[in-house]
Design a protein around this ligand. Structure first.
Ligand SMILES: Cc1ncc(COP(=O)(O)O)c(C=O)c1O
Length: 404
């Protein structure tokens, strides 16, 4: 039952969230995702979606989703290892592996689930063994919530965590050096490919060099990189000449690649096989439905023959970033379609985001603890669908409403 104590607790927590300006109001969009959307009958330019390539409402993906459903039905009604694996799943896994340059791939319901699934599989005790050991994970402080939560599924007694400051590879190396003589079983270095609050990349060549030198596995979560980074959109590794050279790559179909749902891990065949056997978020959660899987395949059909969308999103992002800079509006020197407008004060950022919305621009403010205290910002996510007119109008509005 809902006891009074429980209700008081829930209401107290909600109040604390509200009092701290952290309460999230969900806006309902009246239609499909796009460069412009309608909210409350009003047209606004969308800068708050991960629809980097504009595939979220692409006719080819919609047709493929319908075809997938017609041929394979609506639901899988099962997890993969019981009866949820359809031929389409294996085909999509092959296509992702080819795209991101790993030996094999395993598909999860989301990238959050794939990240939750892998670390516990690697760190917790091997099947049937009672031998004592310890692993160590080196993780960037700015890594995604799914990675932070993934470590909580690893048994404490088997894992040391070393969190280095965002992008600070000297600190990472210092940790690796300090740990050299410790008798760890496995070492894992974990980073986002693109940091989603900044729109900047991890330095993968340097990280791979450190991983090699200190015999650690390198794991890169490329949720925001895939589809956007690199000449053909194969991700952050491609953009840094590292395609096929990253040990483990995770990513999502929920952003640039159509924006629906589905996450994956790519890596060596043996690792993927072990994940199929042991990873609990894969084993005990339903298989992705055929409509989504077939649309995922269609996304790769589209991108394999044509780099125009990947090129366009980069052009738009750099046009927008340059325009902000030209107008002395504070941003960061990133290389991704995430372009933050740095505000500093959380209330100011929230108010500006609200005013922008009233003026037809949909972009969200982010503040502590999502970003460091005093570094609140408005995050603009540029899409291949935006026109120069959209971007010009947006910067004009920011200029008008922004106050130092
Ligand atoms: C870096 C990163 N990793 C993982 C995820 C989770 O992806 P999904 O929506 O597929 O669960 C996100 C999404 O916000 C992300 O930004």
């Amino acid at each position: 039952m809902y006891t009074k104590k429980l209700i008081d607790f829930i209401e107290g927590d909600l109040k604390a969230i509200k009092d701290n300006g952290k309460y999230k109001n969900e806006r309902a969009i009246e239609g499909a995702q796009g460069a412009h959307v309608s909210v409350g009958g009003k047209d606004v330019i969308m800068f708050a979606s991960n629809n980097y390539l504009g595939l979220a409402n692409h006719p080819k993906l919609i047709a493929a989703a319908k075809e997938g459903m017609d041929k394979f039905g609506f639901g899988t009604a099962s997890v993969r290892f019981l009866s949820g694996t359809q031929t389409l799943h294996a085909e999509l896994e092959r296509r992702i592996a080819k795209w991101i340059g790993t030996e094999d791939v395993i598909l999860y319901s989301t990238n959050f689930m794939s990240n939750l699934g892998i670390f516990a599989t690697l760190v917790n005790e091997p099947f049937g063994s009672a031998e004592a050991y310890k692993d160590v994970i080196y993780s960037d402080a700015n890594n995604h919530a799914s990675i932070i939560d993934a470590f909580k599924l690893c048994k404490k007694e088997n894992l040391d965590k070393r969190i280095y400051k965002g992008g600070d590879l000297a600190m990472l190396e210092q940790f690796l050096e300090e740990d050299k003589e410790k008798n760890y079983r496995n070492k894992i270095i974990v980073t986002d490919g693109i940091f989603s609050m900044e729109g900047v990349s991890a330095n993968l060549p340097k990280m791979a060099e450190l991983a090699e030198k200190y015999e650690a596995l390198l794991f890169v979560d490329d949720a925001h990189g895939v589809g956007v980074m690199g000449e053909t959109g194969r991700g952050t590794a491609e953009s840094q000449g590292m395609l096929g050279k990253i040990d483990v790559v995770s990513g999502t179909l929920g952003k640039a690649l159509g924006g629906a749902i589905g996450g994956y891990i790519g890596g060596k065949k043996q690792l993927i096989d072990l994940l199929r056997q042991k990873s609990r978020t894969y084993l005990f959660s339903n298989a992705v439905p055929a409509s989504i899987v077939n649309a995922g395949i269609a996304a790769f059909d589209l991108l394999e023959g044509d780099t125009s969308l990947t090129k366009k999103v980069k052009e738009n992002a750099s046009y927008f970033r340059n325009l902000l800079e030209k107008n002395n509006l504070p941003t960061l020197h990133g290389n991704h379609a995430i372009v933050p407008l740095m505000i500093g004060d959380a209330t100011k950022a929230q108010e500006l985001s609200k005013k922008l919305f009233e003026n037809g621009i949909y972009a969200v403010s982010l503040s502590f603890p999502v970003v460091p205290e005093g570094e609140a910002r408005i995050r603009f996510q540029v899409s291949a669908l935006h026109t120069q007119k959209d971007l010009n109008e947006t910067v004009e509005k920011i200029k008008e409403l922004y106050q130092k």
